[in-house]
Design a protein around this ligand. Structure first.
Ligand code: ATP
Ligand code: F6P
Length: 460
């Protein structure tokens, strides 16, 4: 990362980390501010950041070096794939040091610079995240704001925007109203660049609702393309009132899948609508239309394999959760670009999207509770999302199967490095399929798990 304080570097770092982790790419943020606080204490006044303060300079260099050392160790010993080095890196000399140290280790460097000339946005950023930073614990908010602005001025004295022609970089100017890219060469870089170009920070709401209870839900059958049950229809009739009460007169776009139950649920919503094939429910292949009990009887091996590793289990002739995550990537990009959206979706689909926003790992994702007849409202905040749930008072069946306490695989899992073929051949046995990237060990990536055990709180 590159940029003055309060330019959204930590925000961007966290978002990219979440996005790549969701795609099974092992990613970690190294926030130099956290190292600084650990090594030299929090509550440092702005004079600590004055470039003419030799001791401050030295301490900040030490923090930068400690983060760098850990980062290289993580690449080498923990098979990390993408590390995000979250610091101001605002001089040519600092970037040269970074580039040389990492190139020596055969690590490719992509600089992401955030430039923001909108003073009112900077003040808002300071209020939103900096006053609650550990740097200002127990400090009067007004004094903290004055001190933080003096800190920014110290950095401004030395700041050099990226002009190094031989470096790979992206410059985001005024939250992406202008973007400059240089020397983007490899696929992963282009994915990150595309993702960054879709980000915005305008206030908005994202709503999720499963379709109303369907006829198949009532019969305990999975998949299919059935219509709503009478209770599902009641839910569909209540949905417009619930949404408009929360949203007021603000604009909204409704996305559904191409399946009868989501289209029927959204029918009464007076907003523009779009149907997405990518939002169709996880394809359960040969098991489509069966109950879980029928699957257990007819395909006991598959049933056990799914319990063993639900994220990677691919139904015979159908999909796994991993396949669904990959097909949902364009949905995530579009969600990032848009403002208020309501997705009327399905259990497995909404679990995957929910996990992206709330940073759930692959073990927990397939067991997330997304009940019927409940609207989930997300309000994106500085480093995460605020969530509210609205339960509509209409009974519905519970389709959640809890995680088995101790699952046993009947067939040995095949971590064969099979690439992301979207579906296995109908009739082939359902199996646990991991793509090459995800064979790497993954740790928990919950929001609460923060690099170096400190709070996510920007401020390098
Ligand atoms: P520091 O150098 O002190 O660590 P920082 O650059 O990491 O600061 P953040 O802590 O990430 O700044 O600031 C978070 C705020 O930045 C959020 O309120 C977020 O809405 C806002 N923000 C996100 N992206 C951008 C951007 N591209 N430009 C300006 N502000 C942004
Ligand atoms: O039961 C409703 C449903 O949407 C099915 O169509 C789908 O197969 C299932 O949920 C997905 O949930 P799980 O992955 O827990 O089986």
């Amino acid at each position: 990362m590159v940029g003055l304080p309060a330019r959204g570097k930590t925000y961007i770092s966290q978002k990219v980390c979440r996005y790549l982790t969701w795609l099974s790419i092992k990613t970690k943020v190294f926030n130099v501010g956290n190292y600084r606080r650990k090594l030299h204490g929090a509550n440092m006044p702005h004079t600590f950041f004055d470039p003419h303060n030799c001791i401050g300079e030295q301490h900040r260099r030490e923090a930068a070096a400690a983060a760098m050392e850990d980062m290289i160790r993580w690449f080498n010993e923990e098979q990390g794939v993408v590390a995000i080095y979250d610091a101001t890196n605002s001089t040519i000399a600092r970037r040269k040091w970074l580039h040389e140290s990492l190139s020596k280790q055969d690590i490719k460097v992509l600089f992401i610079e955030s430039i923001c000339q909108d003073e009112s946005l900077i003040i808002a950023n300071i209020k939103e995240v900096k006053l609650s930073s550990p740097d200002y614990a127990n400090v009067d908010p007004e004094d903290a704001a004055i001190d933080f602005r003096a800190r920014i001025d110290h950095y401004k004295e030395q700041y050099e925007t990226i002009t190094e022609e031989n470096y790979t970089y992206i410059k985001l100017i005024n939250v992406g109203s202008q973007t400059i890219i240089n020397m983007i060469q490899v696929y992963l870089e282009s994915r990150i660049v595309y993702y960054l170009m879709n980000l915005h920070i305008a206030p908005r709401k994202i709503y999720f609702s499963r379709h109303g209870e369907s006829q198949f839900n009532v019969q305990g059958k999975i998949g299919g393309d059935s219509f709503l049950s009478p209770r599902g229809e009641l839910y569909a009739a209540k949905l417009p009132g619930l949404i408009s009460d929360n949203l007021g007169g603000k604009p909204l776009t409704v996305w559904t899948s191409t399946m009868n139950r989501t289209i029927q649920t959204a029918a009464g919503l007076p907003y523009p609508k779009m149907q997405w094939k990518a939002l169709d429910e996880l394809d359960s292949g040969l098991c489509d239309g069966m109950t879980y009990e029928e699957i257990e009887q007819k395909y006991p091996e598959d049933y056990a394999n799914r319990d063993e590793d639900k994220f990677n289990y691919r139904y015979r002739g159908g999909e796994s959760y991993r396949d669904v995550v990959l097909r949902l990537e364009p949905i995530i990009m579009e969600l990032e670009r848009h403002e208020n959206i309501l997705i009327v979706g399905h259990q497995a689909i909404l679990r995957c999207i929910y996990a992206y926003f709330m940073n759930y790992d692959q073990d927990d994702l397939p067991y997330l509770k997304i009940p019927l007849h409940t609207v989930i409202e997300f309000t994106p905040k500085a480093y995460g999302c605020e969530e509210k749930r609205y339960k509509v008072d209409i009974e519905a069946v519970d389709t959640h199967r809890p995680k088995p306490v101790k699952a046993k695989a009947v067939v040995k899992p095949t971590a064969t490095g099979v690439p992301n073929k979207p579906k296995s051949v109908p009739g082939a046995s359902g199996e646990i399929v991991k793509d090459p990237v995800s064979i790497l060990p993954l740790k928990n990536h919950k929001d609460k798990e923060i690099p170096n055990g400190t709070a996510i709180n920007g401020t390098t």
